[in-house]
Design a binder for this molecule. Sequence first.
Ligand code: FUL
Length: 480
Amino acid sequence: MSVHSARDALTRRDFAALLAGTATAAVGVQPTFVRAAMWPAAPDLHSRSVSFARPRPSAAQLAWQRDEFALFLHFGVNTFTDCEWGDGKEDPQIFNPASLDARQWARTAREAGARCVILTAKHHDGFCLWPTKTTAHSVASSPWRGGRGDVVREFCDAVREEQLRVGLYCSPWDRNAAVYGESPKYNDFYIAQLTELLTQYGEIAEVWFDGANGEGPNGRKQVYDWLHIWGTVRRLQPNAVMFSDAGPDIRWIGNERGSAGDPNWSTVDPSIVTVPGVDGPEIIRSLQHGDRDGTVWRPGETDVSIRPGWFYHPAEDTKVKSVDELVRIWFSSVGRNSKLLLNVPPNRDGLLSAPDVQRLREFRTARDALFAGEVPSLDWAWREMSGPRLEGAAILPRPTPIDVIRLGEAIENGQQVARYRVEGETAGSAWRVLASGQTIGYCKLDRFDSPVAVSRLRVIIEEIVDDVPTVNVRLFAAAT
Ligand code: FUL
């Protein structure tokens, strides 16, 4: 997968216009399969004033991060054609998930420990899972529920019933829409679809803009009016975060393998992709790692599928990721200051399949076991030092075999830690480095190959960007 950088920068004037609600400027994307990164050369859309302080998350970005774990549901005509990318010519008659039960999706998500669920309301094939007024290419033309069904409605109701938050994916690239590539017309069409989704289904926590794009028939290239699109979402759902390859609120982590960068800053430098000639690897690096001196808060989301594909394929029933692999992904996503968005695709019956449900249960059990032995919070004594900038020490009530250390910064004040190490006093009074790293952010997890019995601990924050951070330390003892 490649990321291209050749895109028109949003100017500061465009951004001011966006805030004033008068924006019309557009940002282009590449005509091949790209993850298009588009960062406005301006502060975060949440902020109306330019500040020189280090960036901080908005309330919506904080809530997004605190979820830690969300499920992604890829569902649509591809489920019935065994495809990953439909070409838009699919007959709506093939969509008939006879036993669809969104409550099973939502219950499974809650039991797995997810706090948000995101559904593909429309994938690249253009088939809409809700009875939209914008096109006949939707569930209304299918035999499912006699053409009177609405997957998005059933999904939203079920997810909220389980006290989880709702996210919607609506693909910008549309291989069915006749107006795709006639830029102003398609922008209107797409904004009308978003307007339906964002006004008829209650509170939406996340709107997911996929950067994948193969463009339209006859090589017609759609020039997206991102300022207008993002502005519409902000106006209709001010508490939602918007994901796209590069924002405006949440950035893509740069791969679909479940691996965030280490280090991983939640701040980015928006100018890096507005300089003409910057090529792919540099953008991927920025997406993976963020930027310590970045001027906007744009944390990374790690999306990965539990199966090889994003959509359901019967042949992949035996290829569901192992628990060990999922736990490894947890450490390389949530454990690296990211959020995990794990895809689990409903099948042709409209249900999550038995192997996936079973694996999600095992994944939850494995996490519960890993984090079951939390050491009751210790009395930490923190002091500011001249060399190492901050040092915290604590005594354990008895020597305890530590398996995992979870560090976290109070990110509402921004991200500050650039280097740290954790030392433990082991039997025989020898101090030994248990963990060391660069960024901490919302959550940094360090796991040991074998548990280490320690009686005292020191956390040394060796490098701080700006202000002295508040660092929270949680210790987890190995199961005995
Ligand atoms: C990609 C898409 O092309 C895939 O089909 C999937 O939706 C994934 C999450 O993003 O860019």
